[in-house]
Design a protein around this ligand. Structure first.
Ligand code: BV8
Ligand code: ZN
Length: 236
């Protein structure tokens, strides 16, 4: 059985790296981007998730993010998030790089988390650059900084650089890992998706968990087909 072999690899590993995407939060009720019911099925990302869109119409962009903030605020970590948080305690070296901005890995208790695409709970001033964490309902959109400047969501939009050091740290974790778990990502957004071929080329054992195949499924060592909240607890 594939899952048994993958489980043996995980048990033997001293160093584990993980990449997660929207699919790991799907069973917490948070829509994905590209699967059925996903945001980019009904919205154009160019209108909502680029610096140009924000410059054009900050209120429109903020309405999208504030609606997501309210639904994410109500969401709880699922059995997949919890299994990953527990795994961190069992291995000497563990790094979790996530493309998700929802904070559910933190809520589940994961410690060494790299937020490749930022954090929806952080607001950043476009004028003075100051950041603050704020989970409250934002009554006036766009919200303003004390300096009078406009605040923006602390996420990484298309065409923007990832946070300083995020890819360097993730790359280091992946190439030195014994096992790399790739969970719930369509692997379509770069540079995050590039971690998968990097792991394959580095001879790291790659375990993919996804109900659907991705462009990299044929290259990974184990493709475990199914929802993360079922497969991760069974695997770990
Ligand atoms: C950059 C954050 C350097 C905020 C997001 C050509 C033209 C233009 C640009 C590019 C190009 N080629 C490459 C680029 C660069 C671009 C890119 O990759 N574009 C792609 C789309 C072509 N990347 C960038 O711009 C990045 N920055 O490269 O900087 C630079 C700078 C300037 C100029 C040049 C280069 C920045 C990318 C950041 C984008 N930010 N959003 C927000 O969330 O609002 S992207 C968005 O996609 C999400 O945030 C998410 O993080 C990301 C990845 O998506 P996934 O998480 O994989 O989600 P998806 O819906 O796709 O898939 C879900 C999966 O889950 C599916 O496979 C499904 O089967 C599975 N699933 C479903 N249910 C379950 C499940 N799995 C498990 N269990 C379940 N129950
Ligand atoms: Zn400011």
């Amino acid at each position: 059985m594939k899952i048994k072999q993958a489980r043996d690899a995980v048990r033997a590993a001293k160093s584990i790296a993980v990449l997660t995407g929207a699919g790991v939060s799907a069973e917490s009720g948070i829509p994905t981007f590209r699967s059925n019911g996903g945001y980019w099925k009904t919205h154009r990302f160019e209108d909502l998730a680029t610096p140009e869109a924000f410059k054009r119409d900050p209120k429109f962009v903020w309405e999208f993010y504030e609606e997501r903030r309210r639904s994410m605020a109500a969401a709880k970590p699922n059995a997949g998030h919890v299994a990953l948080a527990e795994l961190e305690w069992r291995v000497p070296t563990f790094t979790l790089a996530t493309q998700n901005i929802d904070g559910l890995h933190d809520a589940a208790g994961s410690r060494n988390v790299i937020k490749l695409h930022g954090d929806i709970w952080v607001l950043r001033c476009v004028a003075c650059g100051r950041e603050r964490e704020d989970r409250s309902r934002l009554e006036v959109l766009p919200p303003r900084c004390g300096c009078g400047g406009m605040l923006r969501p602390g996420v990484v939009w298309f065409g923007e650089m990832l946070p300083d050091g995020a890819m360097t740290r993730s790359t280091e974790a992946v190439v030195t890992a014994d096992v790399f778990l790739v969970v719930g990502t369509s692997a379509r957004v770069f540079p995050a998706a590039g971690l998968i071929p990097l792991a394959v080329q580095s001879g790291v054992t790659v375990v993919e968990i996804n109900p659907e195949a991705t462009d990299f499924s044929s290259e990974v060592n184990y493709m475990l087909k199914g929802p993360a909240a079922e497969i991760l607890p069974a695997l770990l």
